[in-house]
Design a protein around this ligand. Structure first.
Ligand SMILES: [Zn+2]
Length: 420
């Protein structure tokens, strides 16, 4: 292995050129580097990715779920495939690195393998998963979810705020919705061997600790909350303060309760209110109805469950004090998912052998790896994010750090190729 590792040195300029070219394909009408799923810039960018995959020496096809899959054939016709990849869509007003580093970094690994005549035993699949970021349908990881058999008809029937069905968005993007549901497991005849994903950290830990890479221990579970506060609309100029049933005041107390719960998390835990819609929204009317959207994330499942119970009680108690009725609907976006110990072990020992300082870190963000973990053992490699910033135009990772991540990623793929 040491010989291969010495030969596989990423070409930094080539990686930089790819990142620059891909970032230039974005929505000019939006701020940042926006390339949301199903948009025209996204369609154009994936044509670019497809061409880049072919240039690198991969045989490329799009599967039923809209995932772009590049295949580097392995030496063993009987072996299951080794999979890597990430995504190239962004959030609105997003950055240039989230997802892209994993797809382009994997392409650079493939180029090094091809140029150095290093052929893996297993087929190596590089996947650009469709639509990883959460979309207008409240659903993330469209492509990896479908591949893992976790996309359902209920998902396809969801509507965005314009009333458009998700299934119809697939159709207008050139994908048959019934085929999308049949995409599960169609990545090759022999199953999957391992999955490893290179990604930016999207948090500040690696930079703070001076680590070259992060070896992901687990991906956080997410509990989502939709709360509806029903009070009473009254004249804002005449109804005395003590007689009001102000839904927005009750919701404001709930926002603070969510924050309080997040601040009390023992390990890695966060809680966020992301949206409040108040009706009727007139300056002279006491708000009678508020819809609120919040979530909690942690790799500590016990804390998540206990926090959900505490928060439910606290929000209801405060609402009652304001004479407001509240309906709370909790849903599980994804359960906390530990990385496979064997992949974790391979990544950390590869980093040690390359002399790269690493840190074991949980992932507060969801990734395609959550879904692919249903199919095979999974692991992730993080590279530092400057200032921990992500999902914003200022998102940044230094090229040196990306190259370090690609070195570890390439060596990890080779080591996993040799693992039983
Ligand atoms: Zn991402």
């Amino acid at each position: 292995m040491a010989t291969d590792l010495d030969r596989l040195e990423p070409n930094a300029q080539r990686v930089q050129d790819d990142l620059t070219e891909l970032s230039q394909i974005h929505d000019p009408a939006s701020s940042g580097w926006t390339r949301t799923v199903f948009s025209e810039p996204y369609r154009a960018s994936r044509e670019w990715v497809r061409a880049r995959m072919a240039d690198a020496g991969l045989t490329v096809h799009a599967d039923h779920a809209g995932n772009l899959i590049g295949v580097l054939p392995g030496r063993s016709a009987a072996a299951p495939a080794l999979m890597t990849g990430s995504h190239t869509d962004t959030v609105a007003s997003g950055g240039r690195f989230d997802g892209m580093v994993g797809v382009l970094g994997s392409l650079e690994v493939v180029r090094q393998l091809v140029e150095n005549d290093v052929r893996p035993d297993h087929d190596l699949l590089v996947v650009d998963f469709l639509g990883e970021e959460s979309n207008d349908f409240g659903l993330s990881c469209l492509g990896s979810r479908a591949l893992a058999g976790a996309l359902t008809q209920e998902h396809l029937d969801r509507r965005d705020h314009h009333g458009v069905r998700l299934g119809d968005r697939y159709a207008s993007f050139g994908l048959d919705p019934s085929d999308v549901l049949r995409a599960a497991g169609r990545f090759g005849p022999r199953g999957l061997h391992r999955y490893v994903e290179l990604h930016i950290e999207q948090g500040p830990v690696l930079e703070e600790r001076g680590a070259g890479i992060g070896v992901v221990t687990a991906i956080a579970g997410i509990r989502r909350l939709l709360a509806t506060f029903t009070g009473r609309p009254d004249h804002a100029g005449t109804m005395p303060m003590g007689d009001r049933r102000d839904a927005l005041v009750a919701a404001a107390d709930a926002v603070l309760a969510v924050r309080q719960e997040g601040c009390g998390a023992p390990v890695h835990g966060v809680a966020t209110t992301s949206r409040l819609d108040a009706e009727p929204g007139s300056p002279n009317v006491v708000p009678g109805l508020v819809r609120m959207q919040a979530e909690m994330r942690s790799v500590d499942v016990d804390w998540l469950s206990a926090a959900q119970v505490r928060l439910t009680e606290e929000i209801a108690r405060k609402a009652a004090e304001h004479g407001v009725d509240v309906d709370l609907t909790w849903s599980l976006d994804n359960d906390c998912l530990p990385a496979s110990p064997d992949v974790h072990e391979v990544v950390s020992s590869v980093a040690d052998s390359l002399g790269i300082a690493w840190e074991a870190v949980p992932s507060g963000a969801t990734h395609d790896a959550v879904h692919i973990a249903r199919l095979c053992p999974m692991g992730m490699i993080f590279v530092p994010s400057r200032g921990g910033r992500s999902h914003c135009p200022d998102e940044w990772t230094d090229l040196d750090d990306i190259v370090t991540g690609i070195r570890v990623h390439g060596a990890t793929l080779l080591a996993l190729d040799r693992a039983r």
